[in-house]
Design a protein around this ligand. Structure first.
Ligand code: GAR
Length: 209
C-alpha cells in the first residue's frame, strides 16, 4: 500500500508516519509528501527520509477545485492508495474527496466534535476543559466533521499554557495516527455512516489515554 501525506507545517505527525512505515510497524510506503507551503518543515523531513517532497502552492490556482485537482494528479502520479492529512490547513472540496472516497484520513488536535477548525488546542485551553486530546477521522467536506475512527485523551493541568497542552496532545497524536494508518492500510476500517467499525488486533485501542 502506498500513502500520500498532505501537510502545511513542521511535520511531526508526518515524521511519526514515516518512521512507522520505515520500521515495518505500518505495512505501507510513504510515496510522496505534498505541502501547500514551500517552507514547510515537513517537506525537509520527507527529503531527509528519501521521500519525494512536492510543493503545490494553493495561491497559484484560481479556484480550490483546481488546487485539489493538482493534488489528486500528484498523488496519482505516485500511485497512492491512502491519503493522510497531517497538519494540512486547507479544506478539501468534493473534487478531491470524490476521487479518494473513504481513503482520506485526518488528525485534529481536539476531542471532536469539540473545537474543530484552527488551533483546537488553544480553543480547548481557552475554554477551560479538564480533558483535551486528538481525533483521527475520515475526511468529509465539512471542517473536521468526518466519521471518527479513534481518539486520544490527555489531562489539562492547571499550570498548562496553550503550548504545554499542545505538546502533551502531540505526544498522543504521534502514537494514535500510526496505529490508525496501520488499521487503514490493512483494510480493517469499515465506515457505516457516522460509525466506523474496526477489526482490532492485540494492544490496539480506539481510545488512547
Ligand atoms: C497537529 O497538532 C495536527 O493535529 C494539527 O496541526 C498540527 C500539525 O503538527 N492539525 C490541524 O489542526 C488540522 N485541523 P505537525 O506539523 O507537527 O504534525
Amino acid at each position: 500500500m502506498k500513502v500520500g501525506i498532505l501537510l502545511s507545517g513542521g511535520g511531526t505527525n508526518a515524521q511519526a508516519l514515516i518512521d512507522a512505515c520505515a520500521s515495518g510497524d505500518v505495512p505501507a510506503d510513504i510515496a510522496v509528501v505534498i505541502s501547500n507551503r514551500r517552507k514547510a518543515g515537513g517537506l525537509d523531513r520527507a527529503r531527509a527520509a528519501g521521500i519525494p517532497a512536492v510543493h503545490i502552492g494553493h495561491r497559484q490556482f484560481d479556484t480550490r477545485e483546481q488546487f485539489d485537482q493538482a493534488l489528486t494528479d500528484c498523488l496519482r502520479e505516485h500511485s497512492v492508495d491512502w491519503v493522510a492529512c497531517a497538519g494540512f490547513m486547507r479544506l478539501l472540496t468534493p473534487v478531491f474527496l470524490d476521487a479518494w472516497t473513504g481513503r482520506v484520513l485526518n488528525i485534529h488536535p481536539a476531542l471532536l466534535p469539540a473545537f474543530p477548525g484552527v488551533d483546537g488546542q488553544a480553543q480547548a485551553h481557552a475554554y477551560g476543559v479538564r480533558i483535551a486530546g486528538c481525533t483521527v477521522h475520515f475526511v468529509d467536506a465539512g471542517t473536521d466533521t468526518g466519521a471518527i475512527i479513534a481518539q486520544g485523551a490527555v489531562p489539562v493541568l492547571p499550570t498548562d499554557d496553550r503550548d504545554a497542552l499542545q505538546e502533551r496532545i502531540l505526544a498522543v497524536e504521534h502514537r494514535l495516527y500510526p496505529m490508525v494508518l496501520k488499521m487503514a492500510v490493512e483494510g480493517r476500517l469499515r465506515q457505516d455512516g457516522r460509525h466506523v467499525q474496526v477489526d482490532l488486533r492485540d494492544r490496539e485501542a480506539l481510545l488512547l489515554m
